[in-house]
Write a protein that binds this ligand. Structure first.
Ligand SMILES: Cc1cc2nc3c(=O)[nH]c(=O)nc-3n(C[C@H](O)[C@H](O)[C@H](O)COP(=O)(O)OP(=O)(O)OC[C@H]3O[C@@H](n4cnc5c(N)ncnc54)[C@H](O)[C@@H]3O)c2cc1C
Length: 484
């Protein structure tokens, strides 16, 4: 059946879900169409940082760094469950970037983004600092600075949930196969049927040009698709600091404490050729292991890798030589008045800038879409479950633990960080079957009923990362429960 939506959004990554949420909150009837699961594209494969991007300063991307830095605290405030501050340690290495340059970069980083909540940079002596202990001897000077970590896949789902609670319809596993202008609006074809909307947003991430092809639209920008891979190993250190490491080739990579028991190491930058699998290659895994082994006392080998993942960055091709130099900024392009029903295309973008990008996108559409009557609103309104003080996670965990004395501390920690106050929606239900590692039937049922979850992969690798903990038999049982 053809439904007259105000706005149809193609793509359920962070940008599409953010735009759907913003527009629904400003009064539009929104339809979001996602080919696979929510966040099944790049938005679950990032380094999971809410960051200004210290290294972008080297590429003079001051406007992008300023925007990202100011988003950092705004996002933490609206999602204090899935976002947490991290202190990064950047060791000075003789022969690489000089000390004065690191100091200057960090000074700018501290000051250009309106930092209010996060602590400032400080110089540290790695011989005495906890972060020095796992490193090889010889690193003396270092710098400690602030950024944030996010559960990227859950950020997408929470935006989609909030959009749905404001009236949006979210259809996953519904690829758009074509779209055309007809009369005052768009006709959109999918295997699930045809839809009608007054305006269309193309937020297909790395597929933005492919979707333009389906729509018959002329691309406004050339895109450069750059793959980035990460490896996850058992935890390499016991302190809460993350590392920002430099490599002799000028690149940088991170080693980040991950999910209590693991360390996340990445990323790489490799041009992604059409048809290549989006998968960490053996060379990328070796590169990350060698990079980590240059810093840590205990070497990291490919045999230590318990999980790896890859994503493709949808970058605007700005003619930069090296893939890591291509701009991380974004562009929004709105079709002209004379071209008929509005089409807005999203090129590029970071997880960190998604809220601001969505706000700009909806601002641009407002003069062309009568249903968009509200003003910008997403800076302060919490995402589902994030309705507690920005520094209130530990207090909230204590309350949750008191309410659920049967759950162990790792489960309380995981659940609080994933769902925030929404956890109560299923923690108050009978627990049912235990699938392992603190995953109960009540949680799975909630994910199916409220978070568009269908498959084992949705549960174990996007709504959670329990895939790191469940064994093969437990995974098989969960699959049986989910019906396939
Ligand atoms: C390795 C790596 C590390 C990164 N690290 C960070 C980081 O730490 N911090 C940060 O801020 N940013 C980071 N980024 C950038 C960030 O992850 C991306 O810019 C962002 O996730 C892009 O979101 P998106 O919504 O535009 O695209 P996507 O997440 O790819 O979403 C697009 C969606 O469109 C869907 N789609 C495609 N075609 C169709 C169709 N025909 N019909 C319906 N749906 C369709 C896809 O299935 C997909 O889900 C990183 C990126 C990479 C690759």
């Amino acid at each position: 059946m053809i439904e007259p939506y105000d706005l149809a959004v193609i793509g359920g990554g962070v940008n599409g879900a953010g735009i759907a949420r913003d527009a629904a909150g400003r009064g539009a009837r929104v339809l979001l169409l996602e080919a696979g699961d929510l966040a099944s594209g790049t938005s679950s494969a990032s380094t999971k940082l809410i960051h200004g991007g210290l290294r972008y300063l080297e590429h003079y991307e001051f406007a992008l760094v300023r925007e990202s830095l100011s988003e950092r605290e705004a996002l933490w405030t609206i999602a204090p469950h899935i976002i947490h501050p991290l202190r990064f340690v950047l060791p000075y290495v003789k022969g690489l970037r000089p000390r004065w340059l690191l100091r200057l970069g960090l000074f700018l980083y501290d000051h250009i983004g309106g930092r209010k909540l996060l602590p400032a940079t400080r110089t540290i002596n790695l011989a005495r600092h906890a972060a020095g202990a796992p490193l090889k001897p010889g690193f003396t000077t270092g710098f400690e600075y602030s950024d944030g970590a996010v559960d990227d896949a859950r950020l997408v789902v929470l935006n989609a949930m909030d959009a749905a609670e404001r009236g949006a319809e979210i259809l996953t596993r519904t690829p758009v196969t074509s779209a055309r202008r007809e009369g005052e609006g768009w006709i959109i074809d999918t295997p699930a049927g045809q839809f009608r909307a007054r305006a269309l947003v193309n937020a297909a991430g790395p597929e933005v040009l492919a979707v333009e092809g389906l729509i018959g639209d002329k691309p406004d920008y050339a895109m450069r698709l750059v793959r980035g891979s990460h490896i996850v190993v058992r935890k390499l250190f016991d302190h809460p600091y993350a590392y920002f490491f430099q490599l002799p080739d000028g690149r940088i990579f991170f080693a980040i404490p991950y999910r209590r028991d693991f360390t996340l190491i990445g990323t790489t930058d490799a041009d992604q050729k059409p048809g290549d699998p989006i998968k960490a290659s053996a060379e990328e895994i070796d590169y990350l292991c060698e990079g980590a082994s240059a810093y840590f006392r205990v070497p990291v080998t490919p045999a230590d890798v318990v999980w790896s993942y890859s994503g493709v960055r949808p970058l605007i091709d700005d003619g930069s030589g090296k893939p890591e130099a291509a701009t991380r900024g974004y562009r929004l392009d709105l079709s002209g008045e004379g071209e008929g029903a509005p089409l807005l295309s999203v090129y590029g973008g970071k997880i960190t800038t998604y809220r601001h990008l969505a706000e700009e996108a909806v601002d641009l559409l407002t003069p062309r879409l009568a249903a968009l009557t509200g003003a910008a609103w997403t800076t302060t309104r919490p995402l589902p479950g994030g309705d507690f003080p920005v520094d209130g996670l530990e207090a909230f965990k204590a309350v949750l633990a008191g309410e659920n004395p049967d759950l162990d501390e790792p489960t309380i920690d995981r659940v609080a960080r994933a769902y925030g106050t929404r956890a109560r929606r299923w923690l108050t239900q009978p627990r049912g079957e235990h699938f392992g590692a603190g995953l109960w039937q009540a949680e799975v049922d909630y994910l199916v009923a409220h978070e568009w979850t269908r498959s084992v992969e949705d549960v174990l690798w996007r709504r959670s990362k329990l895939g790191l903990l469940l064994n093969a038999a437990q995974v098989a049982r969960l699959g049986e429960y989910l019906g396939g």
